[in-house]
Design a protein around this ligand. Structure first.
Ligand code: DAT
Ligand code: MG
Length: 149
């Protein structure tokens, strides 16, 4: 089953949006299979955002991610990578559609509340960067036949 890496960034935690964000993914029908509240090391933040290393915003981005705790999660379900990106909304919250997490709760691109993997391969890389396999508990929802045809 497909998996994605989701991180509630420091602003999402500080603004008390952790429950709301989890609720949206849960109610969609996806399974939460791993979750931890953590302070992120500079090394992990830099590895996570390695593709942006040469961008002008890289320094600020890393400083922000390590500035306060985040909630790191792995979610599982059919098409979860692309679907979670839709639920999250566009990178710039002012361009994100209402109804998305960033569209409903954000204004600044540097305070866009949440990270979600952008492709299946990226998700695999990010999950192995943030979690040990033993920290993940895959489970089958009793409601599965009411969610999946
Ligand atoms: P996303 O988080 O939607 O995958 P991304 O991978 O392009 O977006 O960028 C990673 C993060 O970097 C993004 O969530 C916020 C920050 N960022 C991206 N573009 C930026 C910009 N032009 N100015 C400032 N921060 C930016
Ligand atoms: Mg990205």
């Amino acid at each position: 089953m497909e998996r994605t890496f989701i991180m509630i960034k420091p602003d999402g935690v500080q603004r008390g949006l952790t429950g709301e964000i989890i609720k949206r993914l849960e109610q969609k029908g996806f399974n939460l299979i791993g979750m931890k509240m953590m302070s992120v090391s500079r090394e992990l933040a830099e590895k996570h955002y390695d593709v942006h290393r040469d961008k002008p915003f890289f320094g600020n981005l890393v400083e922000f991610i390590i500035s306060a705790p985040v909630v790191a999660m792995v979610w599982e379900g059919e098409g979860v990578v692309a679907s979670a990106r839709k639920i999250i909304g566009a990178t710039n919250p002012l361009s994100a559609e209402p109804g998305t997490i960033r569209g409903d709760y954000g204004i600044s691109i540097g305070r866009n509340l949440i990270h979600g993997s952008d492709a299946v391969e990226t998700a695999q890389r990010e999950i192995s960067l943030w979690f040990e396999e033993t920290e993940l508990s895959s489970w089958e929802a009793a409601l599965k036949t009411w969610i999946y045809e």
